[in-house]
Design a protein around this ligand. Structure first.
Ligand SMILES: Nc1c(C(=O)O)ncn1[C@@H]1O[C@H](COP(=O)(O)O)[C@@H](O)[C@H]1O
Length: 161
């Protein structure tokens, strides 16, 4: 496994599945697991501390509300951690975003956008990180972007069905 996708609750999966789907597109092996800084603190410590040794290169961590998971995960490992703010019901994910993005200097989390787009982009960014040492993967990322550009250029009329 190259990427670990963790999330605070099973209820985050509809959002975090978009990170998994992006990795699927590039044929990147990943694992998914519910790990919570609040509900399973020891599991988080064990997971993050063992991640590098198990061969993971990037961790994607999604959580909602008081979203301490990405930051605590980053505190336990030197692997790059990408944080996805899951949209909460009460505050629409602003709580998740602010909890993840405002890390104190010295422990970094790369924070993505709230919700599905953020999760998909976390998968894409993980692919780009892995592509820095994998030319086949880099070609796939370039092809993905070229196709996206082509689609926009081929359909410039916004009123087109
Ligand atoms: N933010 C965290 C953490 C954490 O940061 O460790 N653990 C669970 N949660 C979040 O609680 C929300 C509600 O969880 P439930 O749906 O299980 O009540 C989820 O979005 C989860 O990420």
């Amino acid at each position: 496994m190259k990427v670990g996708i963790i999330m605070g609750s099973k209820s985050d999966w509809p959002t975090m599945s978009h990170a998994a789907a992006m990795l699927d597109q590039f044929g990147i092996a990943y694992e998914t697991q519910v790990v919570s800084a609040h509900r399973t603190p020891q599991l988080l410590a064990d997971y993050a501390q063992g991640a590098q040794q198990r061969g993971l290169k990037v961790i994607i961590a999604g959580a909602g509300g008081a979203a301490h998971l990405p930051g605590m995960c980053a505190a336990f490992t030197s692997l790059p951690v990408l944080g996805v703010p899951v949209q909460s019901r009460a505050l629409k994910g602003m709580d998740s975003l602010l909890s993840i993005v405002q890390m104190p200097k010295g422990v970094a989390v790369g924070t993505l956008a709230i919700g599905e787009s953020g999760a998909a982009n976390a998968g894409l960014l993980a692919a780009q990180i892995l592509a820095t040492s994998d030319t086949d993967l880099l070609a796939k990322v370039d092809a993905f972007r070229a196709k996206q550009t082509q689609q926009v250029l081929e359909h410039p009329d916004p009123s087109e069905a």
